[in-house]
Design a protein around this ligand. Structure first.
Ligand SMILES: NC(=O)c1ccc[n+]([C@@H]2O[C@H](COP(=O)([O-])OP(=O)(O)OC[C@H]3O[C@@H](n4cnc5c(N)ncnc54)[C@H](OP(=O)(O)O)[C@@H]3O)[C@@H](O)[C@H]2O)c1
Length: 404
């Protein structure tokens, strides 16, 4: 399975481009808003969506003159309505309204809701043929086939926003796909790159959230600390670029300057480099298929002391092994892995389990799942497995509260 975006024809090169941002109040969402505000004449905002943060959402909607603002939590509707009173901006709330926002006729949709919660709206935008800028990797990991079929059938596009996949997207030459030796995903190694397992067992949420290079939302920051983020990205790379798992390599590169590489069989390796700023891949996706100007700091080669590389340690970071296992098993395995991980990360952030319990619980729940490799037929199958895995994770979390 691979998307061939070279066959894609833009609906029109006209500006302004109509935009919807799913998850506008998050880290990726705010970077997207920042880019749009720098060039307001080029964009019209159809809808903005948040989970709970009505204050920021209403403020963004006013500044960007959005047509609609949606908060997923229905309990926040009145607050949102009050904050938008007199503006003419439509306020709505609840999961159905999130889907409605994705249905609105924006030609470019940023899918930046975190986790499985972003799947349905991402799928809806893909089904109606939008250019979907995909930050929400969990949606692809859980429903890869459904999402890619939706894009292919609707004639839309899926633009990778994850910096690694965006890097590969920039340097992979589709006409030379047959000549690719392997994709090389770079990983910073996260805050515990040099920690012992004994110390990691005692790690607090604050320590795990302190990423050395990137400023990101809480869930992806914890995923970076366990390296499950790289595991999810391995599955994402396989789905987006259609290479078998053994042709996707992971290399730890602590400086986060090289965002990923494509190695060809003639011995050439093509890389994309840049400062660790999500506005670089988002700018690329906003401008695609053209290239537009972006505000990120330029790489200063004089100031770079060294670019270093090391192999990942799947002994201390078992999530890498679990993700490879989920990818080769296929079927329900990636869904179960993702749901368990999401629920376990939330439990760790709530101090109900220890840091090493996250991967331990993912492994337990996957090991005990009977039909892990069975084929997934529908969105209902995906949702049912996600729900069940979360229930089992809750059970597995009991009695594991850390003592420190
Ligand atoms: N941050 C990065 O640098 C980065 C890089 C690559 C990929 N990604 C991926 O991009 C996605 C977003 O990451 P992030 O770091 O931006 O996360 P984040 O800062 O936690 O933001 C998440 C966004 O989703 C919204 N949201 C949460 N639950 C929702 C729900 N049920 N319905 C609707 N909206 C909901 C949040 O609203 P509230 O603000 O109201 O909670 C917020 O706008 C993730 O899948 C992540 O893996 C992120």
């Amino acid at each position: 399975m691979a998307l061939d975006l070279t066959r894609w024809t833009p609906p029109s090169a006209s500006r302004p481009r109509r935009i919807t941002i799913l998850g506008s109040t998050g880290s990726v969402g705010q970077s997207t808003v920042d880019l749009i505000e720098r060039d307001p004449e080029c964009y019209r905002i159809e809808a903005l969506v948040a989970g709970n943060a009505v204050e920021m959402l209403a403020d963004q909607a006013r500044r960007l003159r959005a047509r609609m603002a949606v908060v997923a939590n229905p309990g926040r509707y009145l607050q949102l309505k009050e904050r938008l009173a007199g503006t003419g901006i439509e306020a709505a709330a609840g999961p159905e309204a999130v889907v409605e926002a994705a249905e609105r006729p924006a030609e470019w949709v940023m899918a930046a809701i975190v986790g499985f919660a972003g799947l349905q709206s991402t799928l809806v935008a893909a089904r109606r043929g939008a250019m979907v800028a995909l930050a929400n990797k969990e949606a692809l990991v859980c429903a890869g086939r459904l999402l890619i079929e939706a894009v292919e059938e609707s004639g839309g596009a899926l633009l990778p926003v994850d910096s690694e996949h965006n890097a590969i997207f920039q340097v992979l030459e589709p006409q030379h796909r047959h000549a690719i030796d392997r994709l090389i995903l770079t990983a910073s190694g996260g805050p515990f790159r040099k920690w012992s397992l004994v110390d990691m067992a005692q790690a607090s949420p604050e320590q795990a959230l302190a990423h050395p290079n990137w400023d990101m939302g809480a869930k992806i920051s914890i995923d970076s600390a366990t390296m499950m983020n790289k595991g999810l990205e391995l599955i994402e790379a396989h789905l987006l670029f259609g290479l078998p798992p053994d042709q996707v390599e992971i290399v730890v590169h602590p400086q986060s300057v090289i965002h990923s590489m494509v190695a060809y069989r003639d011995g050439s390796v093509l890389a994309q480099l840049g400062t660790p700023d999500m506005r670089v891949p988002i700018t690329y996706a906003l401008g695609w298929p053209s290239r537009i100007d972006g505000p990120a700091a330029r790489l200063d080669f004089g100031a770079l002391s060294a670019l270093t590389f090391e192999p990942p340690d799947s002994g201390r970071f078992p999530s890498l092994r679990l993700a490879r296992q989920a990818l080769t098993t296929g079927g329900f395995a990636p869904i179960v892995m993702n749901a368990t991980n999401e629920a376990a990360v939330a439990a760790f952030l709530a101090r109900r389990i220890g840091f090493l319990d996250i991967a331990g619980i993912v492994e337990d729940v996957m090991d005990r799942w009977d039909d892990l490799g069975s084929s997934v037929e529908s969105l209902q199958d995906v949702e049912a497995a996600d729900r069940e895995a979360r229930v089992r994770t809750e059970e597995a979390c009991k009695g594991r509260a850390p003592t420190n």
